[in-house]
Ligand binder design. Structure first.
Ligand code: BG6
Ligand code: MG
Length: 216
């Protein structure tokens, strides 16, 4: 029985995946890596430094930068990302997700956040949705990011629930793998998530009734 939900943030609650992409696209241009839709998709759910490594590798530039230069590139990306984040308001909660959070709250489900982003608290505050959640997993404390199960296991701990009683929501392939490996019910939002136990094309399709219908 599902008693709680662990939410990814970027691309699930917040319309911020496009802002990450915009900022990383600029990084790719800076280092001379061609930006492709495939690269953009593969970066979803991946931590800041791992994302930079993937961008460098995609262009064969992985050996051209020192650790200090890599940290500078990552900091520059985050500075630009935070500029874009300033424009986010409660209207940038993705379609239907506020209603879904309200539905879960009204029905006594517990909620936590399992985002790879160190900026998650900032964004949740800006979207005015912080109060829905029992807690947020701190990605700085992880030994391994998505697709490792650690973050979604910790998101179940935050809820005080066994993984079997938790459903995870994700827009990334790495995130769906993390949920599955944690032994939770995976709910994918997006077209490319074939490993998700339940899948929706868009956030505005997600509701308790729609999840139950897909599981039946
Ligand atoms: C994930 C995003 O939620 O967080 C990634 O999907 C992002 O695109 C990652 O790179 C890390 O975010 P931040 O804000 O800590 O750089
Ligand atoms: Mg995401």
């Amino acid at each position: 029985d599902i008693k709680g939900f662990a939410f990814d943030l970027d691309g699930v609650i917040a319309d911020s995946a496009r802002l990450h992409s915009k900022a990383w696209h600029q990084t790719a241009d800076t280092v001379g890596t061609t930006w492709t839709p495939e690269l953009a998709e593969n970066l979803k759910g991946v931590s800041r430094m791992d994302s930079l490594e993937m961008i460098l590798k995609a262009g064969g530039h992985e050996n051209e930068y020192t650790q200090a230069q890599k940290e500078e590139l990552a900091t520059a990306k985050n500075t630009q990302y935070l500029e874009l984040v300033k424009t986010l308001t409660p209207d940038d909660v993705l379609p239907g997700m506020k209603a879904f959070l309200d539905e879960l709250k009204a029905n006594g489900y517990k909620m936590s956040v399992a985002s790879a982003s160190k900026n998650a608290p900032t964004i949740l505050k800006q979207l005015k949705v912080m109060d829905y959640f029992e807690g947020i997993v701190d990605p700085a404390k992880l030994h391994a990011g998505k697709p490792d199960p650690e973050i979604f296991s910790l998101a179940a701990d935050v809820l005080g629930l066994a993984p079997a009683n938790v459903a995870g929501l994700e827009d990334s392939g790495a995130g769906i793998q993390s949920i599955n490996a944690a032994g939770e019910l995976s709910i994918g939002i997006g077209s490319e998530l074939s490993e998700a136990a339940v899948r929706f094309d868009r956030t505005d399709e997600v509701s308790l009734a729609a999840i139950k219908a897909k599981l039946a």
